[in-house]
Write a protein that binds this ligand. Structure first.
Ligand code: URA
Length: 208
């Protein structure tokens, strides 16, 4: 799967080990989701275009470069809200395009219920964020939705992924890069990633 990039880093590995631990409390879980997303976003944006500018420093004029891309972060509600702060820390002028999908617990397939994109979404690079890349169904539908809206540059950022979902996604959207911190063993009969980290939304928001 050429579109899948596993971001390996000792700090990410270490933080993931604590994130996975069932004893990790919600406040620490949220902090870790934020920190890992921050580190991963660095890689997921490595190839963003730049434009040359001239900046007056207190000493002289410097040749410098600024981002030449407008970013739209698309959190998939609701677990991805835990990743949003890290994005704003790195890209403070990003816009947010919310995407609401919920899983039908019987079919395990996603059901669309909400979207709110910025008016200039067509001009933006979309980075979809979702901590868990499980069956791939939500990811496929989210990308379908953004492609239908005319968005050209779409990337996906997930913390933990299942091989089944990544494979299914790559068959439909081979042009969309997926950045993930790890690929786990697989899915269980309930569509949970094994070993995974449980229900990310529940752990971020301290619900059951
Ligand atoms: N969503 C989660 O929160 N966890 C999983 O393991 C799969 C989907």
């Amino acid at each position: 799967m050429k579109n899948v990039h596993v971001i390996k880093h000792p700090l990410i590995e270490h933080k993931l080990s604590i994130l996975r631990d069932e004893k990790t409390e919600p406040f620490q879980f949220r902090l870790l989701v934020d920190e890992i997303s921050y580190l991963m976003l660095f890689e997921a944006t490595r190839d963003l275009p730049l434009r040359f500018v001239r900046v007056q420093t207190p000493v002289a004029v410097a040749n410098a470069q600024k981002l030449d891309a407008k970013i739209m972060i698309c959190p998939i509600l609701r677990a991805a809200l835990g990743m949003l702060d890290s994005v704003f820390k790195l890209i403070p002028d990003a816009s947010v395009g919310f995407l609401g999908f919920q899983r039908n617990e019987k079919t395990l397939e996603p059901e669309f219920y909400y979207a709110k994109l910025p008016a200039d979404h067509k001009e933006r690079t979309a980075i979809i964020i979702d901590p868990m890349f499980a069956t791939g169904g939500t990811a496929i539908d989210a990308v379908n939705f953004l492609k239908q809206k005319g968005i050209q540059d779409i990337r996906f950022l997930a913390l933990v992924s299942a091989p089944e979902g990544l494979k299914r996604f790559a068959e439909v959207h081979p042009d969309v890069p997926v950045y993930t911190a790890c690929i786990d063993d697989g899915l269980n009969e309930n569509g949970y990633i094994v070993p995974g980290l449980g229900d990310a939304g529940d752990r971020v928001f301290n619900t059951e």
